[in-house]
Design a protein around this ligand. Sequence first.
Ligand code: NAP
Length: 413
Amino acid sequence: MNAPSVQSELARQHVIDPEICIRCNTCEEMCPVKAISHDARNYVVNFEICSWCNACIGPCPTGAIDNIRNVRKDQPYSLADQLGWDVLPGFTEYDNMAVGSATTEVPDEVQRITDVATAGQGGQALAPWSASHPYVNLYGPNNPVTATVSGNYRLTAEGASSAIHHVVLDFGTTPFPVLEGQSIGIIPPGTDANGKPHLLRMYSVASPREGERPGYNNLALTVKRVTEDHDGKPSMGVCSNYVCDLKKGDQVQVTGPYGTTFLMPNHPGASIMMICTGTGSAPMRAMTERRRRRMNQKEGGELMLFFGARTREELPYLGPLQQLPKDFIDINFAFSRTPDQPKQYVQDLIRARADKVAAMLADDNCFIYICGLKGMETGVLEAFSDICRARGMDWETLRPALLKKARFHVETY
Ligand code: NAP
């Protein structure tokens, strides 16, 4: 193939991985435009017919359907090509090029927020090698899915300085597969000051992959009602107030899921160190709950949690966390505004547990997740650096190595 002169000569082509496809026929049944067919050997997608509605992706039990190749528009993989495959063709130079498509590209605001949130990693993260296959961007701002609120509970005490809500959204019969660590978008109704529809806001999923209620097609969010801006001036967050005010039965426009790397390892023996503040606990709750529900399988390595909040009354999920067995999870709470007590931040407790933290940093089977306030990130990284220095390790060398091994994940705002 000659290189095309402009990227507009390229297109994205949906392809099915013959190695992991179990030939269950689900994709062919789901496809509303009949772009998917099969012979005795393979399931294939007709490039000319596929409309990128993505109806096939969520229901696919293996993820075989969720593969894309960039191709020349005039030279897509033909049906005959695909029917002859034993394995997917490798990536080409075209796969590194951005190819436009309204329904398949992650929205700009999602990319922008993700770039800011993950800057503290110091580079592009990878998903842990044993992470499950994430589905991404099944629903965009132009084709959101309607979810129904099945519960909205205030987690923080009445009278506490912040109101944090646990909100459960149900997707009914519409596929919305998520993994722990992924986010979703919510589009608040109405328009902004310029009369334009509000942009979507992103929220981390707080429930494990099989649903807030196991077996239900639902998920949970941890949302704080925003009443002031970063400088402490009164300012009502558009989406957080909308979500915190939702009533059971209300309908919400949802996009996503988003996130391909802040995912938990699944292999036996994998340890997880989680560091969070406030509502940054959402993905940690999802991962902990996933492990809790599978506790009897004794497959996990250690779980260690550093969790910072203003007071006990403002720490989401305090009660359930305190119920967890000590040999299941090593929990360290840091409270910054307890009357008559010194201010404590997560980084203080990380230093206090330096020996164990150092051992986990050095353990190739330990995966580290940081989520919450941007300000916390610097303090945590300084604590890691000091802990390493005191033990003859070099954080500046370790950090890129952790990133390369998909062991270091940061999402801070
Ligand atoms: P918050 O209640 O304002 O603060 C939580 C705790 O963090 C408080 O104890 C606070 O102490 C402490 N803290 C403040 N500065 C710190 C620093 N430099 N180092 C360590 N701890 C510090 O937090 P929040 O309002 O829930 O905010 C949570 C943040 O997480 C939001 O910015 C939200 O956008 C983000 N978030 C991220 C994700 C995600 O990445 N996926 C998901 C959900 C939420 P003080 O007493 O000093 O204030």
